[in-house]
Design a protein around this ligand. Structure first.
Ligand code: ADP
Ligand code: NI
Length: 217
């Protein structure tokens, strides 16, 4: 099977699996990450088939929905890619990217090693920012039955993955625990540039949120 067909079949498979998901990790999130990753890749030296397959498969079995198991995603991706006869080298690279992709806490360093992985991670993180990022964050918070905001609960700078994973903070705190940190953790210039604008928009949103909370506007 050629690469284009593998990508097309993977997109159809993921669309089927993730359609209608309600936590902000639905097919259209994957679709946006896929398109953004392709766009970033145009400015970088990267193996496009790896970028596209990793973008498409990156959320098929997220640890957040598999009892904290970070191996579920790469395993599900490998099982799918085996059915397509994708080259072993490509499969291994894609699964490695999926394993390393997820944000694991403010104090936990990113460990993405390949250019392809950096591109997919940047694309995934751009979808966590701006207007869409805000919408997804409240969708996720509702899905997980989290409190929207509580002024008595302080944001936590999670030093390790365990602390991040088991945290039960408010949705507004997630902006301080993750989203506002992302603009400085982009790998590519293209994503860094886009992240700046989306970051500014989130700051404006938060400013307004707190002003309305206090009743000053
Ligand atoms: P990553 O791919 O970096 O692991 P996640 O899948 O953890 O990203 O997060 C994707 C989006 O889900 C976040 O950008 C955010 O919108 C939402 N989300 C994840 N964790 C939380 C949380 N604790 N509270 C609110 N939203 C969250
Ligand atoms: Ni994602």
């Amino acid at each position: 099977m050629d690469n284009d067909e593998a990508i097309e079949r993977t997109a159809a498979h993921v669309r089927e699996l993730m359609q209608g998901e309600s936590s902000g990790h639905d097919w259209w999130h994957v679709y946006r990450v896929w398109q953004t990753a392709k766009m970033i890749a145009r400015h970088e030296q990267a193996e496009l088939v790896v970028v596209e397959l990793a973008a498409l498969l990156h959320d098929i079995a997220d640890w957040k929905f598999h009892a904290g198991d970070t191996t579920a995603g790469p395993r599900a991706a490998r099982a799918w890619l085996m059915t397509l006869d994708v080259a072993e080298e490509t499969t291994t690279h894609v699964c490695r990217i999926i394993q390393d992709l997820s944000f694991k806490g403010a104090g936990v360093a990113d460990m993405m090693v390949s250019r392809e992985g950096m591109i997919v991670q940047d694309a995934d993180r751009l979808d966590a920012l701006g207007a869409i990022g805000i919408a997804r964050t409240f969708a996720y918070g509702g899905h997980m039955r989290r409190t929207m905001y509580d002024p008595e609960v302080e944001p936590q700078p999670h030093a390790d993955f365990e602390a991040y994973k088991t945290s039960n903070g408010t949705t507004i705190n997630h902006f301080y625990e993750k989203l506002l940190l992302l603009k400085d953790r982009m790998h590519t210039d293209t994503a860094r540039h886009m992240a700046r604008e989306r970051h500014q928009f989130m700051l404006q949103f938060l400013e307004r949120f707190f002003a309305e909370w206090e009743g000053t506007i």
